[in-house]
Design a protein around this ligand. Structure first.
Ligand SMILES: N[C@@H](CCC(=O)N[C@@H](CS)C(=O)NCC(=O)O)C(=O)O
Length: 208
């Protein structure tokens, strides 16, 4: 399999899922500041021109973090990255995955594109405050849930944690203060220490 990723972006969740699963894969970096063959290939494989894209063993190009993570987990059920079909734990894990993809990820998005939203500094400032309020609402929800839990699903690390860790890690890049979230901070440290996560951070050039 091949994963097209850009360093530190949401595609890192799939990179983490692959590494945690122990499946064999090749990671291919795309960098929008360096138009090259990888970027051309990505744009051919995904009409939306965004990462991640996973090329499966059958040669199919899959897009969307949530779908790719589910495929990875199901290829390696013994990794316990996702509970079996039909189980309540699977539904709960997918609910968290959906929350991270549709709610949390998208609440950060305006903070990365303020210039594109408006050239006006006062408009940018208003959008920034509005976006940060949304981010904090979602972070507070996760922080409360993590009280007394190691991971979103308790003791078991799942694909939802791959995506949550990745997105929460953006806080330092966009000035989202994390002081009010002791459970989430402890969680980020816990996930950071996992050997597979260290390997991905090293590969993406993001080790502290
Ligand atoms: N809903 C999509 C979101 C994909 C997405 O937003 N990818 C971003 C990185 S987090 C990207 O490739 N951005 C590059 C660009 O827009 O130029 C998914 O889950 O895969």
């Amino acid at each position: 399999m091949k994963l097209y990723y850009s360093a530190g972006s949401c595609s890192m969740s799939c990179h983490m899922g692959l590494e945690e699963s122990g499946l064999k894969y090749q990671a291919i970096q795309v960098d929008w500041s360096k138009p090259d063959q990888n970027l051309a290939d990505l744009e051919r494989l995904n009409p939306l021109g965004v990462v991640p894209v996973l090329i499966t063993q059958e040669g199919k190009a899959l897009t969307q973090n949530a779908a790719i993570l589910e495929v990875i987990a199901d290829l390696k059920p013994e990794s316990k990255l996702l509970a079996p079909v039909g189980s309540p734990d699977r539904a709960e894990t997918l609910a968290w995955l959906s929350f991270v993809a549709a709610d949390l990820h998208k609440s950060y998005s305006p903070l990365f594109g303020l210039q594109a939203i408006s050239p006006s500094e006062s408009t940018q400032s208003e959008v920034r405050e509005w976006a940060k309020k949304n981010v904090h609402q979602h972070l507070a929800h996760v922080d409360a849930h993590l009280a007394g839990r190691d991971y979103l699903m308790g003791k078991t690390f799942t694909i939802a944690d791959c995506y949550l860790f990745t997105v929460v890690g953006w806080s330092k890049w966009v000035g989202v203060k994390m002081d009010a979230y002791p459970n989430l901070n402890a969680y980020q440290d816990r996930v950071y220490q996992r050997p597979a996560v260290q390997a991905v951070l090293q590969a993406e050039g993001l080790l502290d």
